[in-house]
Design a binder for this molecule. Structure first.
Ligand SMILES: [Zn+2]
Ligand SMILES: [Zn+2]
Length: 162
């Protein structure tokens, strides 16, 4: 499978010569995407619609991926689906910008990578759970209480240990 090094770098040379209102879809089938060696988005796919506007380009993007995290209670591996929808404005202006605007650099490319990775990573809950009623680990012996009880938990455990 082909894994381009910078899959989110889009050549906008042809787009910027189009009339205002023109738009084009850019589909992405990236697969595994390494944000860093130990931070990997899996099954990364999505679509960015780039529309020509007066000051530049408007990007409407819809991306999904999955990521492996650990349940905060039982510490088991957990595959989380992520879905992010976002909008960004890219402008040819050089004067002060609103915080949602990005300046288009002179090289004829825009790079959606920081937006795709930031928006998807924002979807990860602060306390991911393998299931809403995860029983967690015994604080004394470390037994995963979803799998078995231990001598410290003779009765079925209710609710969270955290
Ligand atoms: Zn769990
Ligand atoms: Zn125990």
């Amino acid at each position: 499978m082909h894994h381009p090094k910078r899959p989110f770098r889009i050549n906008i040379g042809l787009l910027i010569n189009q009339p205002i209102g023109y738009s084009r879809d850019f589909p992405f089938e990236v697969g595994d995407f390494f944000i860093s060696p130990d931070l990997i988005l899996h099954e990364l796919t999505g679509t960015a619609v780039l529309g020509r506007t007066q000051p530049g380009l408007q990007v409407n993007a819809d991306f999904q991926a999955s990521i492996m995290v650990n349940c905060v209670r039982c510490l088991e591996d957990l595959k989380l689906p992520l879905h992010a929808v976002f909008e960004e404005i890219f402008t040819f202006e050089t004067h002060p910008l609103s915080e949602n605007e990005q300046i288009i650099s002179g090289d004829g490319y825009i790079n959606l990578e920081p937006f795709v990775s930031d928006y998807l990573l924002l979807q990860i809950p602060i306390k991911p759970l393998c299931k809403h009623n995860c029983k967690g680990l015994c604080s004394i012996c470390g037994q995963n209480l979803n799998q078995a009880t231990c001598e410290h938990h003779k009765e079925p455990v209710e609710g969270s240990l955290i």
